[in-house]
Design a protein around this ligand. Structure first.
Ligand code: SF4
Length: 362
């Protein structure tokens, strides 16, 4: 049954006026800033996004700079945020804005949605916050809050459910403060009507309107189908050092972590003995192996269970200076480059999946 959210508006706006967190992109809600922050916030908590955001807009202060940035610079700015296609889409959209819109963000909800990587949520956020256009911005936070208020047991992973909520909100959006209303819902979802654990209903400005609270069923809403268990992949990660430089290689251009740099790795979680056997088959001369322990990294559909080893390989100056040095490298290293710690930090984007082992570089 359709729920009329009109009554929530004044309570939420009053609450937002008193409780909105001070955030860098809120102080100056230019379309560019709103856009970058919203894309970053899709995957990371506000506190963590602040430093990423500051670094991004300092390096790439406007749409033109983003459109012209080198891919390595972009990936480095996004390093640790995950979902790297999002930053590639940012650049694709920036190029469209430069070429088709004379470097100015289109102040139009439908035009925004046609840009790469911008769906209805981001279009609604930019349209309402930066252009005061009364369009909703419905993400997981907003769905959770409003489905609880209405005590709705709809499956919120269904696109139809989201579209219906967008339409219901579109009809009641306050014309004078659409951006603040959207942000008040997001803020309530992030700080009071929280995703994990019990919502803090006693602090909620719309508690008296909330049917889930009234009936004590907050924890049963929102409804989502059980997720399929993640696929588990076992990997052996190698931190290979030669002369204070470390082996890294570029991942394939398609698939998980496409086009990023990685530490060389092997299938399976090898024991030290098995690793030694492997290095011998590779004719790789090493003089030290140290286990670095185990680590786990969780992606949306896959989990990596990893075992790491530090391997110091022997430098052979004669080999290094040979013209055909690259073809002489053992196949494990054939696609690797060697870089020192400083260069890895500044020039190469290595995903946080390797963080448990990369920390040994420091
Ligand atoms: S009363 Fe509780 S469940 Fe309802 S919207 Fe507020 S925080 Fe969420």
């Amino acid at each position: 049954m359709k729920y009329d959210y009109t009554n929530t508006i004044d309570y939420l706006l009053d609450w937002y006026d008193l409780n909105a967190r001070i955030l860098p992109w809120r102080e100056n809600p230019k379309p560019y800033y709103v856009w970058i922050s919203e894309i970053m916030l899709q995957q990371t908590r506000v506190e963590a996004v602040k430093s990423y955001f500051e670094r991004f807009i300092t390096t790439l202060p406007d749409i033109e700079a983003l459109a012209n940035a080198k891919e390595e610079v972009l990936l480095k700015l996004w390093e640790g945020l995950g979902y790297y296609n999002r930053v590639r889409n940012l650049q694709k959209a920036a190029k469209v804005i430069v070429e088709d819109y004379n470097k100015e963000f289109p102040g139009d909800y439908n035009a925004l949605q046609k840009l790469p990587g911008i769906g209805s949520y981001t279009a609604g956020a930019i349209a309402s916050i930066a252009f005061s256009i009364p369009e909703p911005a419905v993400d997981g936070n907003v769905l959770r809050v409003l489905k609880r208020v209405a005590e709705s047991y709809d499956d919120i992973t269904k696109e139809k459910v989201k579209k219906e909520l967008e339409q219901d909100l579109r009809e009641i959006m306050p014309k004078d403060r659409p951006g603040d209303y959207n942000q008040s819902l997001m803020e309530l979802g992030a700080t009071i009507c929280i995703p994990n654990g019990r919502p803090l209903c006693e602090k909620c400005p719309i508690m008296h309107l909330c049917k889930a609270f009234r009936n004590g069923v907050q924890m049963q809403i929102p409804v989502k189908p059980e997720k399929k268990p993640r696929k588990i992949e076992h990997r052996t990660i190698l931190l290979i050092e030669q002369d204070k430089t470390y082996a890294i290689r570029k991942r394939q251009e398609k698939g998980l972590l496409a086009g990023l740099w990685e530490l060389p790795s092997l299938d399976g979680q090898l024991t030290e003995k098995k690793l030694v056997d492997y290095l011998i088959t590779q004719e790789l001369r090493y003089d030290k192996i140290t286990p670095l322990g185990e680590a786990k990294h969780i992606f949306s559909h896959i989990e990596w269970h990893m075992t790491g080893y530090y391997v110091r390989i022997q430098c052979d100056e004669g080999l290094r200076e040979a013209e055909n040095y690259h073809s002489l490298k053992p196949s494990l290293l054939s696609s690797c480059v060697f870089a020192d710690t400083k260069k890895i930090e500044t020039d190469y984007a290595l995903p946080s999946a390797y963080g448990a082992f990369l920390k040994y570089l420091k």
